[in-house]
Design a protein around this ligand. Structure first.
Ligand code: FES
Length: 184
């Protein structure tokens, strides 16, 4: 089965004029590691309901910004499902994260069209500026850098998606400018 992405998206061409909206957001603040009481509350509200796992995971992530690892055994026990099933669901649905994410998620497309048009150089530039490898979050939690497969903007390759916006025909130099737009 294919992963499902529940984000909406806006597409921005090289000159920033082309746009197609789709939406999404993330909020974020890592909780105290031990503070999982809200997880029990969320489970309590869904206990006994059919298909409760995904709504529970969504609410837990909505609260914490990610699924704290300590929450998994509680959810497993509360909903009477195997922890492996929970990890399986989280792996299948890319909306779920086990690690705290940055305020801004940068997704560099590594699909064929983008690869051919120099996505690797763009990736390297982001890694160099942010000083993090792919899949990691900057220390200030401002950015998470990810490599993803085709984001559906091949005509704008190489493409980079930042939160809900797609930036097209990105050069390494433009990577710097893109980051400047999202710095807080
Ligand atoms: S391959 Fe990058 S958008 Fe399609």
């Amino acid at each position: 089965m294919k992963k499902e992405q529940t984000t909406k998206r806006s597409v921005q061409g090289g000159n920033g004029k082309t746009r197609k909206k789709v939406a999404k957001k993330r909020k974020r603040k890592a909780p105290e590691a031990a503070d999982l009481t809200i997880v029990d509350e969320i489970i309590g509200r869904h206990q006994g309901a059919e298909g409760a796992l995904i709504p529970v995971l969504q609410e837990v992530q909505g609260h914490y910004g990610y699924i704290p690892e300590g929450a998994v055994p509680r959810i497993a026990e509360g909903l009477k499902v195997y922890p492996s099933s929970i990890y399986g669901v989280m792996t299948f649905y890319s909306q779920f994260n086990l690690k705290p994410m940055g305020k801004n998620i940068i997704r560099v497309c590594c699909g064929t069209a983008c690869h051919v048009k120099g996505a690797e150089r763009v990736s390297s530039k982001f890694k160099e500026i942010l000083k993090v490898p792919m899949g990691e979050t900057t220390e200030d939690r401002n950015f998470t850098l990810e490599q993803v497969a085709c984001i559906g903007a091949c005509s704008l390759a190489p493409a980079v998606m930042v939160n809900d916006e797609v930036h097209g025909k990105v050069t390494p130099d433009e990577a710097v400018k893109i980051l400047d737009q999202y710095k807080s």
